[in-house]
Ligand binder design. Structure first.
Ligand code: FAD
Ligand code: UDP
Length: 372
């Protein structure tokens, strides 16, 4: 049998492309993954206490893209969910992203009010200000505030998470969690925020059930590519690995997850608590908040950042800065001159959220569908 497409990787990128190519363009597709499951890093399953667990760290779905939302809604029902995060600062648990409520939780009311007024005068109510921008303020009081937030929220968390200071990363990284001049305690403000009602894995099963799609797990691309007949290759794994690291390894950051089940109902007051300054983990997430499950027990995921070692730890985060972008460009140049389709967080070496991975796959499928 000859496949029209061999798709390496069954995560958001691979599954979206497989589904579109099979059902919209009637292509025969083989999806392989070297892991023993579909879903990529969004994979979830129930543990022995029946709690739906995200095995590769907590995944919260949010998007402003109507197109992505409507596309995925064909494969899952949703449970509305607004993620909230508290950060432990000076012994207090305060809303993250740092907002006006955080200000009042940490400073005496009169001083908090003064800073609130200054923030609103300088930037406007409802505006999101990246911390590296706030640090450039000319007002000495806002400079003081910026230094306080930088030191207490960003500096140590970022050093733990990336092994680097905020200045050594692209500003977009810390810009994901800007200071928010608002009373809105939600982590995201996207139009669509919800979790797949029966989990991500069920959604992926629905995406991949088309008769034109075959799925092969526990299979590395290198093991089978010369044994399978196919016309086009889609690759969603690490691009440096695809090219046998010929331009050097691209830096990634990894994590170790610790799962702990407690035999009582709730441990935290919100989904995630960040620990910027204490401990060698960054955050603890209580899974039940994400799924809305009722259960007498509760499971926590604690994230310990780790260096990435090829073949030993998983490449979870591309480390985005100017130097690494240049290294990636050597691979991107090769990619542009080949007929392999590279897509996804690891193949594009981009810090995509799930919706961005899905959007990119949808647009590639349209380009492929438009070819001949
Ligand atoms: P992946 O999910 O990484 O899938 C790639 C697949 O390819 C993997 O299954 C891998 O096994 C397979 N593969 C690689 N190489 C080979 C090979 N040679 N042969 C066979 N198979 C191969 N996004 C959000 O929107 N919200 C969140 O809350 C969120 N939280 C996150 C938390 C963590 C800890 C991490 C790491 C990511 C998080 N993300 C979140 C991002 C999200 O995981 C990604 O956007 C999404 O998974 C990208 O999908 P993908 O298909 O590109 O890559
Ligand atoms: N960040 C931080 N302190 C926090 C939250 C985030 O310093 O309390 C920084 C840190 O550098 C982190 C980045 O902002 O890696 C992006 O945070 P996000 O929560 O988006 O990371 P992800 O969920 O992708 O791990």
């Amino acid at each position: 049998m000859k496949f029209d497409y061999l798709i390496v990787g069954a995560g958001f990128t691979g599954a979206t492309l497989a589904e579109r190519l099979a059902s919209q363009y009637d292509k025969k597709v083989l999806v392989i993954d070297r892991r023993n499951h579909i879903g990529g890093n969004a994979f979830d399953r129930h543990n022995e206490d029946d709690i739906l667990l995200h095995l590769y760290g907590p995944h919260i779905f949010h998007t402003n893209s109507k197109k992505v939302w409507e596309y995925l809604s064909q494969f899952t029902e949703w449970r509305p969910y607004f993620h909230e995060v508290l950060g432990v600062i000076d012994g207090q648990k305060v809303p993250i992203p740092f907002n006006l409520n955080s200000l009042y939780a940490l400073f005496p009311p009169a001083y908090a009010e003064r800073l609130e007024n200054l923030l609103i005068e300088s930037f406007g109510f409802g505006v999101k200000v990246p911390i590296l921008k706030l640090r450039e303020s000319s007002s000495s009081e806002l400079k003081f505030l910026a230094e306080y937030i930088y030191k207490n929220v960003f500096l140590n968390y970022t050093k733990k998470q990336w092994g680097l200071s905020p200045e050594d990363l692209d500003p977009s990284v810390t810009g994901r969690v800007p200071v928010y001049i608002s009373r809105d305690n939600r982590y995201f403000q996207d139009t669509y925020q919800a979790m797949p009602r029966q989990g991500y894995t069920r959604m992926f099963e629905n995406m991949l059930q088309h008769p034109n799609i075959k799925v092969m797990l526990n299979t590395d691309y290198k093991e089978i590519y010369d044994a399978i007949k196919f016309s086009r290759l889609v690759y969603t794994g690490p691009i440096d690995e695809f090219y046998s690291f010929k331009h050097g390894e691209l830096p990634y950051r990894s994590l170790r997850f610790e799962f702990q089940t407690l035999q009582y109902e709730y441990h935290q007051s919100v989904g995630t608590v960040n620990y910027p300054n204490e401990y060698d983990f960054t955050r603890i997430t209580e899974q039940k908040y994400l799924s809305g499950q009722k259960n007498r027990a509760t499971t926590l995921i604690t994230e310990y950042p780790q260096p990435h070692i090829t073949g030993v730890t998983d490449a979870y985060y591309p480390i985005i800065n100017e130097e690494n972008r240049k290294r990636y460009e050597a691979y991107a140049k090769e990619a542009r001159n080949s007929d392999v389709i590279f897509a996804g967080r690891l193949a594009d070496y981009k810090y995509y959220n799930m919706d961005q991975a899905c959007a990119r796959a949808l647009s590639i499928s349209e380009e492929l569908g438009a070819e001949k």
